[in-house]
Design a binder for this molecule. Structure first.
Ligand code: MRU
Length: 353
């Protein structure tokens, strides 16, 4: 592992089970949940105990192993049939982040390609899940280093704005957009991070702020509606966000509200970067119109804790993600380098499938 590493690991394998930091309880409570069955992993992904595109991919990979472990047959074909059923259940958890489907497909491919007994396949599956986890940690560090190379040279110390949480909690550790922020901080290039609170689930104010506070990275939380104003006031030198799925043309699905940030950045001539691993690029989709957008429970809008904020009988629309058109993106920062969206295809051959 190169450079400094944070010690926030949201998904770890511990002897015979997975430990997840319960991200619904942060920042007030730090609670670690033990997961031993794949159905519980599916539920943890759905309910966002674990969230963030790379982290749910890693969680699903371990989920595939946990499901494989429960299968009681030594017949290879029967085992593979039952593993397909496990994969179907895990696929149903969240639709937008492609890392989930990428990791499940990689696990299934491993199962089909492993020769030997069912027990040997199970062992290989555990090793592959661990490998996906370890690779992501290195990938995040590389994204941080690549991001440093493309940040604007002036001013020497940057004010950076981010949306949602694309940090250690959303990955194996270290993060994607927050990886660039961490690298900028460690190299003396960060003045302050502005974090949109990110309605309705508050990943910015709860999670990004929690991570930065751990490491004493200077952070200012604003509500989502303040981002354009801050840009107009000259408070923001660059915006960096993560991604849940990037289409072949660079259109990028990320947390709802990202598109507004990109539009405001364009209007103020501020560079807008997307930081993501190659596993987030879906080269099968020509553009962002085909990206499935998750809709979540309206209660996320009308309730905070036990308090209700809207009159009874109101209608709600709660899309969890939006798509930022490639034309608004200055560069996509990956572990293999940063490119404008129009040059994304050069990474296709490098993608591990
Ligand atoms: O609904 P969430 O919290 O899973 O959404 C997370 C995001 O939108 C992140 O920005 C994205 O997954 C990138 S995480 C490195």
């Amino acid at each position: 592992m190169t450079s400094t590493s944070t010690h926030i690991y949201p998904v770890i394998w511990d002897q015979d089970h997975v430990l997840l930091i319960d991200q619904n309880r942060l920042p007030t409570d730090y609670v670690v949940v033990a997961i031993s069955r794949y159905e519980d992993m599916a539920e943890a992904i759905k309910t966002m105990i674990v969230r963030g595109a790379p982290a749910i991919g890693i969680a699903a990979a371990y989920g595939m192993y946990l499901g494989a472990r429960e299968i009681q047959t030594s017949d290879r074909d029967e085992f593979l049939n039952q593993l397909e059923a496990v994969s179907q259940e895990l696929r149903q958890t969240r639709p937008t982040a492609v890392n989930l489907f990428w990791a499940i497909s990689r696990m299934l491919k491993t199962a089909y390609e492993t020769l030997g007994s069912v027990d040997e396949i199970k062992e290989t599956l555990l090793n592959t899940a661990k490998q996906i986890n370890a690779e992501d940690l290195q990938t995040c560090q590389d994204i941080g280093n690549q991001g440093l190379k493309v940040l604007p040279p002036e001013p020497a110390k940057l004010n950076i704005l981010t949306h949602c949480n694309a940090g250690a909690l959303a990955t194996a550790g270290y993060g994607t957009s927050l990886s660039v922020v961490r690298s900028a901080w460690s190299q003396g290039r960060l003045k302050r991070l502005y974090a949109d609170e990110t309605r309705p689930r508050l990943q910015g104010s709860r999670l990004t702020a929690w991570e930065c506070t751990q490491e004493k990275i200077p952070i200012t939380i604003i509500t989502d509606s303040m981002a354009a104003h801050c840009m107009q006031q000259g408070l923001v030198d660059a915006a960096i966000v993560g991604a849940d799925r990037i289409a072949a043309n660079g259109d990028t699905a990320n947390k709802i509200g990202t598109y507004s940030v990109a539009l405001a950045a364009k209007a103020h001539n501020i560079p807008f970067y997307v930081a993501a691993p190659l596993s987030t690029i879906d080269f099968k989709l020509a553009d962002g119109r085909q990206i499935p957008i998750e809709e979540r429970d309206p209660a996320e809008i009308y309730k905070i804790g036990d308090s209700i904020f809207c009159p009874a009988g109101t209608d709600f629309y709660n899309p969890a993600f939006d798509v930022t058109p490639a034309a608004l993106i200055t560069a996509i920062i990956t572990e293999h380098g940063a490119v404008p969206p129009s040059e994304l295809s050069q990474f296709q051959a490098k993608q591990v499938v």
